[in-house]
Design a protein around this ligand. Sequence first.
Ligand SMILES: N[C@@H](CCC(=O)N[C@@H](CS)C(=O)NCC(=O)O)C(=O)O
Length: 277
Amino acid sequence: MSRTSTLARQVALEDAWTPSAHSEVCCLLYATQNGWKLPILFEEMGVPYDWALVDFEKSEQKSDRFLAINPNGRIPALIDRARGVTVAESGAILEYVATRFESPLLPSADEDLQLHLETKQWLCWQVSALGPSMGQAMYFQRIAKVRGHDDPFAIGRFIAEAERCLQMLDDQLAASGGPFVLGPRCTLVDVACFAYCASAYWANVDISAMTHLRTWIEMLHARTSFATGLTVPFPRPAFFGPPHATEAEIQAELSRNAGQFAVVSKTTERESLSGRE
Ligand SMILES: N[C@@H](CCC(=O)N[C@@H](CS)C(=O)NCC(=O)O)C(=O)O
């Protein structure tokens, strides 16, 4: 399902700090699982937002302009022009934006301390466990391997770890009773986890037996806010596999995706050093 956002407005990266009547904040993005978290968040909140493309094709995430905002050289980041501040790291951004716009996606401690803490717990888990394991499973299969660096041990290790994390979510959905990860209420956890879980196809993780997870993924694909968020900065349905992508879209994405990241490894350097000893 693909929709056009009425809340999103694109600005050039060099204009990201320029005040606009449309929104006080600007999201710095590319079309990846971490990038989509911000459009999904704003669409779910119903709050207008500006966004600027940090173009991976031009390595803009490593540019001085971007590194000044996030020295880690990775999207997403957020500029709050009205308050003159920036924030990077998706977990920190989601928490900041939900607090700033008083969104119920982050239940307050006063309202429900247990739900507040669970939201933060699962959010930290997403950025420290689910995201990195899915990211590495995709990296070793969809980037390194395509570019001639096939490492079956690393692939097996990260698929196993990603599968373990996805199984945790399937179990959590069963325990909470759904339809959202923490129960009846949509929270930042759903926003943070969705695009990664929906990419199980791209990571080659078998979720066919994870019925609660699959129901949750399809429910969010059908939810207007989440489906619209996936179109900003642009859609990449191949990550989600059939029936969300055609065979032609998947084939086109295979080569494009592999060319977008540097294959950086110290192995060769270490091997040549030990060879000299
Ligand atoms: N822990 C970071 C991870 C961000 C991240 O890994 N971003 C990826 C895209 S999904 C990126 O910018 N990669 C570019 C690169 O490695 O050059 C967060 O949660 O924001």
